[in-house]
Design a protein around this ligand. Sequence first.
Ligand code: FES
Length: 131
Amino acid sequence: MYTAKVMDHFQNPRNVGIIPEANGVGTVGDPDCGDFVRIYIHVRADRLKEVSFEICGCPASIATASILTEMATGKSLRDAVAIKEEDVVKALSGLPESKVHCSNIGVAALRQAIVDYLQKHKKKKESPQQA
Ligand code: FES
């Protein structure tokens, strides 16, 4: 049912956990009562230096979040935000039709993390310098 790539990322997920110096975080779903994914990003010079995730979900959602962190790491903010659900499914060599929606939560959480970073970054620029 799952491709070898999905099984690999499900059984050996990459980039799991919190990035202590993350400057952007995006969560999709509800950590208290259901499936969720939380993406952490560490951005420097407009580039995603590190990307990690925490998740509660099915094997397909774990595999999509795992491969998404690999796809996004090293990309510019502009290129990372342009990653589409179809790109993730393609990188996994496909997902069963009933599981394609699972790729949405990772991509949506990554976009939220980027928006979170941009909002914090903007606020930082606007606030006066601390002595
Ligand atoms: S995340 Fe709910 S079925 Fe995959």
